[in-house]
Design a protein around this ligand. Structure first.
Ligand code: PLP
Length: 466
């Protein structure tokens, strides 16, 4: 089968989807059973026309496709995709390069190098740091914390890659009480049990208390890793990084910053003060598929010193041709061997909108989050729980007849999701049910915010009236 009709069909399906993504019901409308019925069936035994297969996928999957790429999806922290990044991702797929080694993808290898340097400049991080392009912030946390584990144990005279962890000196791992679950997961993969993590109390916005960290640090010694956070997944607030890093470095601890979306505040001059001191940390994890608005999956691991970064990730075999010193060995910076060229959309985005465009994207989302908070707070019974310092808005709805505030908030979330103008999820914030609204899509406008706020208010009013 020639490739053109197949690729052109995919192009048409994708373009038609994006033509209407802003006007469709934002949440999925299918049931799981319905999707299984239309998409399932017996194992296909023979060949089918690939064009017909693509058309069938588009038709049958459609009710189960969530418009998270659209402008009124506010769930989790899900960015959309700027069109050039979708297109660059298609090209990466068509090229089908293996980004593991220079020799199997020289252009991609060089693009990784160039993009790494641009990202470090954009984020104001040390220009000679190591950068790995991974699937998401979870794996970025893993990569950075593996480097941290290597280095704190190396300083204690232990080679964890060679000698393992079972007889190693004990490593203290300290994190804020609001540490993101993916950092905990990454620590688990690295041999640190969840019960071993020392959790430091946080303030009312979820920021680690630097005074409590200082006290904890003085209460022990030995190899230590401190996990700080830029951008709490609920409130968007950042730990007091300057004080945390100063206190931790005074004791020789490694400081890792999980900045899945909050790190991008560093790219906006007027927001940079929120992450002041961040460049002093030892490692940073972030996502491109959130606020940078490139397609899934795309995360970035950054480690100040390339020696522990490479020591913890690097694998060698005689057939894995390394080439000259100038040739990037991308495998040395990530936990994977074979890997798609997921850097390409990031590179295309930076080339297309530049540093100023990226700052505008983040800045505009923050302004829209404030607008959302203002619109919602005008309604009787609606409380904005967090300081809206970034793109996150937490909302509580006062109880209606016979229902607690928590139950009411849950019921409003369910109504909003079913109504379909926009989509917002929920979470417990300091033991209270909240609606979480994250504004992280490049295409969201003021009109989208006003329409969505009106829909949320309508859902609440309807519940009150019922
Ligand atoms: C602070 C923080 N860290 C890590 C992650 C995990 O990111 P991912 O799901 O992209 O791996 C998230 C996701 O929301 C996050 O908010």
């Amino acid at each position: 089968m020639p490739h053109r009709p197949v690729l052109e069909t995919a192009h048409t399906i994708a373009a038609q989807y994006l033509d209407h993504v802003a006007s469709r019901h934002v949440g999925g409308t299918a049931t799981q059973e319905g999707l299984r019925r239309t998409l399932g069936g017996p194992l296909p035994l023979g060949a089918s026309d690939p064009v017909a297969v693509l058309q069938q996928i588009a038709r049958d999957a459609d009710p189960g496709v969530v418009a998270s790429a659209g402008p009124r999806y506010f769930g989790f922290v899900v960015g959309g995709s700027v069109p050039v990044t979708v297109a660059a991702d298609w090209i990466a797929t068509a090229w089908d390069q293996n980004a593991g080694l220079y020799v199997v993808g020289p252009a991609v290898s060089v693009i990784e190098d160039i993009t790494a340097a641009w990202l470090l400049e954009l984020l104001g991080l040390p220009g000679d740091a190591g950068v790995g392009f991974v699937t998401g912030c979870h794996m970025a946390n893993f990569t950075c914390l593996a480097a941290a584990r290597h280095e704190v144990l190396r300083r204690a005279g232990w080679n964890v890659e060679a000698q393992g962890l079972q007889r190693a000196p004990r490593v203290r791992v300290i994190a804020g009480g609001e540490v993101h679950i993916s950092a905990v997961g990454a620590l688990r993969y690295l041999g640190f049990g969840t019960e071993e993590i020392e959790l430091i109390p946080v303030d009312e916005q979820g920021r680690m208390r630097a005074d409590a960290l200082t006290a904890a640090l003085s209460n022990g010694d030995g190899p230590t890793i401190v996990c700080a956070q830029a951008g709490n997944v609920s409130t968007g607030t950042t730990d007091p990084l300057h004080a945390i890093i100063e206190a931790a470095h005074a004791t020789g601890a490694w400081v890792h910053v999980d900045g899945a979306f909050g790190l991008w505040a560093a790219a906006v001059p007027e927001l940079r003060s929120q992450v002041a001191g961040i460049e002093q940390a030892d490692s940073w994890a972030t996502d491109a598929h959130k606020w940078l608005n490139v397609p899934y999956d795309s995360g970035i691991a950054i480690v100040r010193d390339t020696a522990p970064h490479r020591a913890s990730m690097s694998m060698k075999a005689s057939y894995l041709q390394r080439g000259t010193d100038e040739e990037r060995v991308a495998m040395d910076y990530v936990p994977e061997s074979s890997r798609r060229a997921r850097v390409l959309p990031i590179y295309a985005l930076i080339r297309t909108i530049g540093r100023d465009g990226i700052a505008d994207l983040v800045r505009s989302n923050c302004a829209l989050a404030r607008r959302m908070a203002e619109r919602l707070a005008q309604a009787d019974g609606v409380t904005i729980v967090n300081d809206v310092v970034l793109n996150q808005v937490l909302v509580q709805f006062a109880g209606t007849a016979g229902r607690s505030g928590d139950d009411t908030t849950r019921a409003v979330i369910a109504r909003v999701q079913a109504e379909g103008t926009c989509w917002a999820g929920g979470a417990l914030w300091q033991n209270k049910q909240v609606m979480r609204i994250a504004v992280s899509n490049w295409s969201t406008t003021e009109e989208d915010i006003d329409r969505s706020a009106a829909a949320i208010r309508r859902c609440y009013q309807a519940l009150r009236a019922s």
